[in-house]
Design a protein around this ligand. Sequence first.
Ligand code: SD4
Length: 292
Amino acid sequence: EKFKPLILATWDHGMPANDRAWEVLSQTASVVDAVEEGVKVTELDMDNLSVGLQGLPDREGIPTLDASIMKGDGSCGSVAFLRQIKHPIAVARKVMDETPHVMLAGEGARQFAISQGFPLESEVLSPKAAKAFEEWKVNAQYKPIINIENHDTIGMIALGADGKMAGSCTTSGLAYKMHGRVGDSPIIGAGLFVDDEVGAATATGLGESIIRICGSFLIVELMRQGRTPQEACEEAVRRLIAKNRKDLDNLQVGFLAINKEGEYGAYALREGFTYAMHHAKEKALKNSTFAL
Ligand code: SD4
């Protein structure tokens, strides 16, 4: 089946994010505005410990954020290792729209955000993150291991009625990561890739394993060669398994894809990956199929 317009987003929190994105898409017909505004909902969700400043911090106790946004014409922007900003996706959008660059990181990204009028927020951990961090410190394992139940970056991809596509991805990254660690989410081609000629893909899960295979770019290129979105996601997971055999036990990954015809697919390494799908006739939370 084919749907135009169509929006997909990762995990349960994709549902309210998609609602907002759908509303913006209906009002403005801009897919890029839709994917930006959609994930902003998640960036403010105090129950989400993997997105926004309320997310779980790095091992020094500091929340650092990664985000990216991309349009199907190749325009893109991202921020990595950003501190003290509530809406990293909006800063990524400004990098795309207002600078000659694609990616700003760390202190430079923060200075740019300030220059664009973004308020600086406190780095005091949210109550839930503070509690989790205190518990983690008891047995602090300095080898970052992804918690299979608890990674819920939001990645969102959308196809407009006019055939234009866009995507967004935003996260506080891997809990208790090394200070300075950057995941897949702000890396164009890893956590997100969009090409109006083919389709769009986004990823969630252990970023290192996704970067290693250029996951989102790989999926778009497989679709370019004729795979359906579902087949492309499955092939990417097979590739990921082959390249990450050493740590498979501590790994979860989920991919979403849409093509320009309005078909979609989803696939994960293991059970438990949910995603939200929204089109004119239906919106639903779905369970992804999985490999292991
Ligand atoms: C990362 N992909 O930074 C992200 C992790 C994730 O919720 O999905 N977290 O590696």
